[in-house]
Design a protein around this ligand. Sequence first.
Ligand code: FE2
Length: 382
Amino acid sequence: MSSVTVDPSGSVLTLDTANGRHRFHAIWLRDNAQDAETRAPGNGQRLIALRDIPAETRIAAAGLAADGSLQVRFAPEDKTVRFDLAWLAAHAYDRPAPQARGWLPDGIEPWSAGLMDNVPCGDLADLRRGGAALQRWLGQVVRYGFAKVVNGPVEPGALFRIVDLFGHVRETNYGRHFEVRTEVNPTNLAFTGLGLQAHTDNPYRDPVPTIQVLYCLESSALGGENMVVDGFAAALRLREETPEGFDLLADHCARFEYAGEAGVCLRSRRPMIELAPDGELIGVRFNNRSCAAVTDVPFEKMEAYYAAYRRFGEIIDDTAMEVTFRLNPGEAFVVDNTRVLHARKGYSGEGTRWLQGCYADKDGLRSAHDAMTRAGVLDAAE
Ligand code: FE2
């Protein structure tokens, strides 16, 4: 049986339901009124600003209506609003403060080499039909920060078909897309196809490109496997091993720079491990090639900062953290570039490798996934 009480000042309402006890403030409830004068019935956009709500707003009366909704009368407006209990339960904020620094929200799963047995993957033809297959694949990118695509056409520009599944290309000074061609010839050092350390792309941009697509068109050389590392899992391992090291990389900005072509001077000042103000782990930047001189760490902490940076790199290089897979022509992978690092292994033997890459936006991918989830696509298809 649900019940509602209001404190004598009218500033706090306590709601007891089957979902537990939650307190709500008068000003919060008033601001979140869902009535047609406060929210546009069609698109749900708020029609008023906070300045339109009296600062002295309080609850004059509250009770549960016969239909099970919560009815609240606000003073001094003398305005009565109905609240859906399920909506209130879903938006309750009366809960313990977030856990340790580096927490992850539900639905984000850190991983290491064990994921190799079950690499997230979708068939391009299935994905292009939309529906449950697409929703599931998008959900894997959200959950793990990467996924493969197989059975695509072997033709230049096919990578855009992957972006079309969820959003739009983010064009940069490298163009709408970029070519990654490697000629593997062991007699010439410049083309030996050396492996690259795992990295996130373009940390010198602000914001960084949030999604990267790499699409294979040619792969005749032995080796050259692709490799991904979960930057979140690496950061959490660092926190476990050395909480001070984690804090150093989270609390101080690194600097990244790229000025390798005429007319371009991209610079950013951001931490390698990025946390939200409440400690949520929200991003990782790691790229040895574009790391600029770090000048924002206090003198007395610089050596410890470098030790943490070194250890973070060692964790990233640990094969126990990596998932490797080979991309054949017509296959691709998508990474969340704010989280998952990628790399290419070295080659053995001769041959060529040709990939096309492009960037896109994670908010569009999440939006496509969440809209499908809201619409119940998976349920309907199963
Ligand atoms: Fe890269």
